[in-house]
Design a protein around this ligand. Structure first.
Ligand code: GTP
Length: 513
């Protein structure tokens, strides 16, 4: 009986165990199935990376869907694991490359001119922080999109600035503009205005500022030309008026002369007729008394006519002298007006050949003189040397002590150069901090000593800026005209000599044959 009970209890336990086992089995089955589905889905996310991997994963998905035994799947899994490892390597290489590309593109943008401060800051943040935080390929997406956005904004800005003109050209343009403005000769308010523009160019060479300055200069030139045209017009009108008056005086005088001429002719005719009549009547006279009476009457009439003639002649002389006097006065006015105008033109020519800052001859004057000396060299074959002088590190004077200090320095150097050269030499300000010197009747050996004297004299000027003693030096390049040379070739050779002097440490003279 007891055994029967034990058996039943055992059977009950067994049934319950089987049931539990079935539940566990079912749960496990469902877990395996969701795992299989998950793995299948996961494998699909790798699709498209690599053809080989795609094939293996497709096989794998088909196999697990069929419920193929793990042991059979094992070799396939090994192959897939290997392909995945290769894929991972390739991917990290791609990420490194992408990182580098984004970094390079950003750096390039950083180095370009004219990026506004705010964008420059965003770019710096993107390159230093955001780019370093990237862990996976998809992290590049927002970074790349921000970089493209910054590029866009910079491009828009640049377009708005000056289309296609790189800021790197600005220093050259500023220098050329300064050279050109120093050749302009203005007076009064216009001269002050041009000085203001020059300071603006020298202290800020942003392209937009240079453009503004160009426009202001052109406006000044146009205003000056129109003033000039007006003054020429006034001068011509005045001359025209005086000439018209002169013409009128001449006409009056001619008319008067003609009237007088007519009256004279009439008088002459009257006198002639009276003499003929007297002649005839004296022939016909029969007595001396009659003759006396006749001659007395006729002589009286003749004397009257002759008197009248004399008066007319005096009148005529007086009128001629009067109109000559009027004409002389008008010619004097004319001469005075032309002289004023001639002087003005001469003064303008002088100013147009003078550098306004240093009062030395300017580049135009130098070109004119060089042509003249060159022609004379060709004619006479006498020695002729050309020298280019450049102030060393002049930019640092502007940068450290201001543009006005730079201007003053140029004036002091110019006046020292003028004092030190020989009377036969010709010095000009070529532009900026560069001077040119023409030395006629000298060969290279003869110019060494005077040029060394110039170099030393500039070096010994005691410049003082902001309570600091500053020594300023010059570099000199010199050459001599050869029979086959033209002025440009000689200038280029002197310039090469100057650059050798600069490259060999400055503060020296280099001669090039
Ligand atoms: N104050 C002033 N500066 C000028 C004038 N004309 C040109 N400059 C400046 O002269 C400087 C010339 O500089 P650079 O050509 O770089 O030459 P540098 O500094 O003299 O150096 P090196 O010639 O190499 O020794 C520029 O900064 C110009 O702006 C001017 O009329 N007045």
């Amino acid at each position: 009986m007891a055994n029967q009970t034990e058996l039943e209890s055992l059977q009950k336990k067994l049934r319950s165990a089987v049931k539990n086992r079935e539940v566990v089995e079912q749960a496990r089955q469902s877990q395996v199935s969701s795992l299989v589905q998950f793995v299948a889905k996961l494998s699909l996310t790798c699709k498209g990376l690599d053809l080989e991997l795609d094939n293996r994963l497709a096989k794998f998905r088909a196999a697990i869907n069929k419920g193929i035994d793990f042991e059979i799947l094992k070799p396939l899994l090994d192959e897939i694991t290997l392909l995945l490892a290769q894929q991972e390597l390739r991917q990290s290489a791609n990420i490194r490359e992408l990182h580098q590309t984004v970094n390079d593109a950003g750096k390039r943008l950083q180095q370009s001119q004219g990026v506004p401060d705010a964008l420059r800051r965003s770019l710096r943040n993107l390159l230093t922080t955001e780019l370093d935080d990237i862990k996976a390929t998809q992290d590049f997406v927002p970074v790349l999109s921000r970089l493209v956005d910054i590029y866009h904004q910079v491009l828009n800005n640049k377009h708005g600035d000056i289309q296609a003109a790189p800021q790197s050209l600005a220093p050259e343009l500023a220098q050329e503009l300064l050279n050109l403005t120093s050749q302009l000769a203005f007076e009064g308010n216009n001269a002050q205005e041009i000085d203001r523009i020059k300071h603006k160019i020298a202290s800020n060479n942003q392209l937009s500022v240079l453009l503004d300055c160009c426009i202001s200069i052109i406006r000044l030139i146009v205003a000056t030309i129109s003033q000039e045209r007006q003054s020429a017009q006034t001068f011509l009108l005045a001359i025209n008026e005086t000439l018209a008056l002169l013409h009128q005086s001449l006409l009056d005088s001619v008319n008067r002369s003609r009237d007088v001429g007519h009256r004279m002719a009439e008088l002459n005719q009257q006198i002639d007729e009276k003499i003929t009549l007297l002649n005839n009547e004296t022939q016909a006279a029969t007595s001396v008394t009659e003759l006396k009476k006749l001659v007395g009457q006729k002589l009286e009439a003749l004397t009257l006519d002759i008197k009248l003639k004399e008066e007319l002649e005096i009148q005529e002389r007086e009128s001629i002298s009067q109109s000559l006097h009027v004409m002389q006065k008008r010619i004097d006015i004319l001469e005075k007006e032309t002289k004023t105008y001639r002087d003005r033109l001469a003064e303008q020519k002088f100013k147009s050949l003078q550098d306004s800052l240093t009062k030395l001859p300017n580049r135009a004057a130098f070109d004119e003189r060089l042509q003249f000396e060159y022609q004379s060299f060709k004619r006479t074959n006498k020695n002729l040397c050309l020298v280019v002088i450049d102030v060393d590190h002049f930019k640092s004077i502007n940068d450290n002590y201001g543009h006005s200090a730079g201007d003053k320095t140029l004036q002091v150097i110019a006046s020292a150069l003028k004092k030190t050269i020989r009377t036969t030499d010709f010095i000009a300000r070529f532009g900026g901090e560069e001077f040119t010197l023409i030395m006629p009747d000298s060969d290279l050996n003869q110019i060494i000593q005077p040029l060394e004297k110039i170099r030393k004299s500039i070096k010994s000027i005691p410049f003082k800026f902001k309570n600091t003693n500053v020594q300023i030096t010059i570099s000199i390049g010199a050459t001599q005209f050869l029979p086959t040379d033209n002025p440009q070739e000689v200038f280029d050779r002197a310039d090469e000599a100057l650059y050798s002097a600069k490259n060999s440490g400055r503060d020296q003279l280099v001669i090039k044959k």
